[in-house]
Design a protein around this ligand. Structure first.
Ligand SMILES: Nc1ncnc2c1ncn2[C@@H]1O[C@H](COP(=O)(O)OP(=O)(O)OP(=O)(O)O)[C@@H](O)[C@H]1O
Length: 265
């Protein structure tokens, strides 16, 4: 059974159509990519899926997350599926983190609210969550405020918060774009390992085809708010059909070739 069904989703701001009839499905354990250039509607799709669209934007069509209608259901029901069913990791970890709260307390918050943990059990769960994202210096990290952590450490804390309650779907919206290349690779490995270990479905949003190819299997290519091509990422790279997908593949190839030339020089 599908964990997430998106059918004819459109998002509008007044008369402008920002997401235009997007449809896709995610079953338990799937890894699905939403790929497209900046402004193609990836983030708004992710926000509509979780019922978190900013004020002023309206969604139409159908979004069912674990059976809950994320467009029409009352806010109470939509909130109830966030956390236990679907969690988001954003490009900029500071979006998810409270600058005035120590990292440990921020991870404790969903564990207390959703899993009902208290006292020693809560402390142990925070430590486990930090170890799970490979922040082994758990006491120091838990006591730190976000500004005392590196960008990579902050993203790991944000991931720990997102997965603390074992959501069945993790939406990662450009989770490595703000990080330097080595840290990017570490975070991708981490996400890959976590979703494999817990059989979490993953929706991975990126403008970067090679990054997507490392973690996902099926993908949808978005342009100007529409899905222009869908399929397994390997066949999309080998035989892109839509001209826009071809542009993405060609620019990734040119970038690779340039890297090789630099390495040879
Ligand atoms: N709150 C808003 N009000 C009006 N327009 C918006 C709002 N948020 C986004 N948009 C517009 O909707 C379109 C899609 O935005 P979206 O953020 O989904 O793109 P994206 O593909 O995720 O790009 P990026 O990677 O740059 O975030 C863009 O043209 C953007 O300017």
């Amino acid at each position: 059974m599908s964990l997430l069904t998106v059918s004819g989703l459109s998002v509008r701001s007044g008369p402008s159509v920002l997401v235009d009839g997007v449809s896709f499905e995610v079953s338990p354990g799937d890894r699905v990519g939403l790929i497209g250039e900046s402004g193609s509607g990836k983030s708004l799709t992710a926000l509509a899926v979780t019922g978190l669209l900013p004020p002023g934007l309206t969604a139409t069509g159908e979004v069912r997350l674990d059976g809950v209608d994320m467009i029409a259901a009352p806010e109470r029901q939509r909130t109830a599926v966030r956390g236990p069913v679907a969690a988001i990791v954003f490009q900029e970890p500071l979006t998810a983190l409270n600058p005035l709260m120590r990292a440990g307390r921020q991870i404790a918050d969903p564990l207390r609210r959703i899993r009902g943990l208290r006292g020693e059990a809560l402390k142990l769960a925070v430590r486990d969550a930090l170890r799970e994202v490979r922040l082994d210096d758990t006491d120091r990290i838990a006591r730190s405020y976000p500004h005392q952590l590196s960008g990579g450490q902050r993203q790991r804390v944000a991931i720990a918060m997102a997965i603390a309650c074992r959501p069945r779907l993790l939406i990662a919206d450009e989770p490595t774009t703000a990080l330097d290349v080595t840290v990017q690779a570490e975070i991708l490995d981490l996400l890959d390992g976590l979703v494999t270990r817990h059989n979490t479905a993953l929706v991975f949003i990126t403008h970067d085809l090679p990054v997507a190819a490392r973690v996902i299997r099926d993908t949808h290519v978005l342009r100007n708010g529409r899905v222009v091509e869908s399929g397994p990422i390997d066949s999309l790279i080998d035989h892109p059909e839509h001209p826009y997908t071809r542009t993405l593949v060609d620019s990734a190839r040119r970038f690779d070739a340039a890297l090789e030339r630099t390495a040879r020089d």
